[in-house]
Every structure is written in structure tokens, then in C-alpha cells.
Design a protein around this ligand. Sequence first.
Ligand code: HEM
Length: 441
Amino acid sequence: MSKKYDYPKGPRMPSFVQTFHWFFRVYPFLTRCAERFSSPIRLKFLGFGKVVMFSDPQSIREIFLGDTNVLFAGEGNSLLEPFLGKNSLLILDQERHLRERRLLLPPFHGERMRHYGQFMQDISEKIMDKWPVGKPFAVDNYLQEISLEVILRVVFGIEDQQKFVTYKKAILALLRHMDGFGALVLFLPVLQKDLGRFSRWGRFQNDMRKFNDLIYEELKGHSTESGEDILSLLINATYEDGSKMQPPEIRDQLLTALLAGHETTATALAWALYWLDKTPRVYQKLCEELDSVDEWDAKTLSRLPYLDAVCKETLRLNPVIPIVARRLQQDYTVNGYHLSKGTLVAPCIFLTHHREDLYPNPQEFRPERFIERKYSPYEFLPFGGGVRKCIGAAFATYEMKLVLATILRRFSIKLKNTKLKMKRRSVVITPGKLQLVVHER
Ligand code: HEM
């Protein structure tokens, strides 16, 4: 009898052990997998069915360019549904996904995006004014504040400080539920029991209600006159059949943009500071490039190749989101592996970025590699790929460069704690609490 499906080898640990490693020790877990098996690797996670992880560019290309009627990313992200809602761009597939994506893409691209440069810089400078010079402080809180204020401004057009504080409180309350063990409650359906304020899920539901009230209140009173923010865009948007977006749909897209666009960028910036501190040669070379510019404004960024390479190298070594996934809607073949319907096929960003054949000496922080060589979208993929590629990729890269340049032009930096304590926050992997010491230059 011929074998119908081809499943690759993978770790033999029981699924609950693999799930534990996945949540709490993801980088070492992935590294050990790659030491023992070549791409693809079969993994077993509680409640996820069959998982096959790929880290070779050929397979990743096939997945990213594959049939979107078979490779469902929305289902691959279903874990996030209790948080983002069923209408979130991240959760949708096929026609509806493309329809909403077409609507949400323009504000994050081209001229419209560059228009945000000035306020990104203003917000960064305002928050940096609060940094205690000469004394160690937890920089990640400030990086989060910058990226949250930037995205709130883009999404809601919020400028009023009081309103910003109210939103910030509501969002941070939600995010706290996604920290450490708390994340398990959100992600594992068996733990989703509302036992009032005595249960984690109950407290999460309560914070979610508060956040929804805030959004629905905003929807009622929002002025769409300027038309520049995403909320105005969604309120005014009309689909081809003449219908309008309904409030629950708007709520889900707003929350998605807020969450996807804030933790990720702040975390990428934290990693950049970590690597610059660890690699004085790169730090110095970057400062020299930044100092070589006389007239400084947001447009200057396009003339700074080393800054661009530093940001790329940061996202290569610590891609923030280590893996993306697509759920097969029917039997499907990826790079010769015939896999059954329901399998989760997962391009692993982290392992692809650590391949010795693509990135010699992959553990080294060496931005020059991005100047010496151009990588394909299947070799360098911090923002995923295909029709699901992150809609905020250009925006996040721009913000990352601008904030980093603004910090380094003003301050010299040194980390106090150099021992890395990586931590998962929701779906992103952070370097943990970084204690930074700054001096005016
Ligand atoms: C350094 C910062 C960021 C990183 C590393 C990042 C990474 C990613 C990744 C890996 C995906 C999944 C792609 C896939 O499945 O192939 C994604 C999707 C997405 N990201 Fe980002 N992201 C960042 C910033 C942002 C920002 C600023 C926004 C602003 C709105 C954003 C909004 C989204 C949305 C809406 C999706 C879903 C796209 C879709 O399914 O069509 N992200 N991002």
C-alpha cells in the first residue's frame, strides 16, 4: 500500500512539553530543533493538530505564493480571535480578507506614511525629555509609550493628552493579560472559563468590555472631518456593493492595528538598543553616519544606508514574531511533502534568519551583510509574506529608524544589565527589562 502523506521528523517530546517550550523558551527550543533536524520539522502543540515548520527559502516561497483558497492564515492565527475579534484582518481569509486589506493598506504606505514622520519625531522627543539622565531606567516602558502614542495618533487621530492617557490605560490593561502564564489562559480554549473577577479569563473579559465601551463611545462622537486617521477612513469607507463597515467590524480592525502596530515596533527598538550596546563597533559606525548629516528631518532617513542595515540586522536576529502559520483547507504539497487537510504549515522566520548558508556566522550582529547582499523575501521575512505580509512593514521600519536616530543623535547610551532575560509578551519575544543609562551628547 502506498503511503498517502509525508510527514517529516521532529522532536519526540510529548506535546505538552513542546507547548511549554514554545511559550516560555521559544528561541532555545527552535535552535535545538534546527540542530537536530533539517527543514521541514514536525512539531506537536496542544490543541493545534499537525504542525510542520519550514525554514528553507524554496518551501517558504511555495507557502507565501501558494493557493490562498487552501492556505488560510486567518485560521492559522485563530489563537488571537478572543482578543482581536472575528473580523480582524489577521483572522479573516479569502475575499473578505482581501477586501479589508485593500482598505487598510493605503494609510501605511507612500506619501501618507511619510506625512507621519514629523509627529513620530515630536512624540519621541517629548517622551525622551522625561528620561533621567545619568541614572538607569527601564527603557522598554518608554519605547512602548512612544509606539503607542504614535499608533493612537495614526489610528484615532488622538492628540489630546488626557484622552491618550485613558486609551493607554485601557490598552495596557488588556496587554497585561497576554504576559507570561496569563497568555496560556487566552490561547488555550480549555482555560477560557469566566468565573468572574476570581478567574483570569473573567478579569480579561472585564477589561475587554471597558476597552470596547471606549471604542464604541469614540465611534459615536468621532469627527471625520480631517479624514486622515484610520478610524475616519473606516467610518467613511464604502464597499463595492455600497454597504458600510459595521461598528463591530470597525472595532476589530482598530484593535488589530493598535495591538499589531505597537508592541512589535517597541520590541524591535528594544532589540536594536540591546545589539548596539553589545556591539560597540556598530554603535560607533552608526553614530558616525548620523553625525554626518547637517540638516536633519524625517526625509533624511532615506539617505542613511547603515541605519537601514542596523534595523534589518536587528529584525533578522530577533524577528520579534518568530513564526507565521497557514492552515491547510485540503490536502496540499509543499516542496514535495504531501500534507493532509488541517495541517498547520509554518514558515519559521527565526530559523530562516539563522541559516548559516544565508547568513554566515548567524549569531553575529553584522549589519554590513545587508549592504553587501540583497536578500529575497523568502530569505529575509521579518514581516511574513505573500498576501498576508504585514501591512505595517514600511511604517514600522520608518518608525524604527526615526526613533533610533532621534535617540542616538541626542544621547550616548549604555545598558546597565547586560544579561539577557528574554520574555514573551503576547505574540512577541522581547529582550526583557532593559536598564538603560543615557547622557546628553
Ligand atoms: C517591527 C514591527 C512589526 C513586525 C516585526 C510585524 C510583523 C508581522 C508579521 C510577521 C505578520 C504576519 C505576516 C504573515 O502571516 O505572513 C504581520 C501581520 C500584520 N501586521 Fe505587522 N509587524 C510589525 C508592525 C506592524 C504595524 C506598525 C502595524 C500597523 C498597523 C502592523 C499591522 C499588521 C496587520 C494588520 C497584519 C495582518 C496582515 C494580514 O493578515 O493581511 N504590524 N506583522
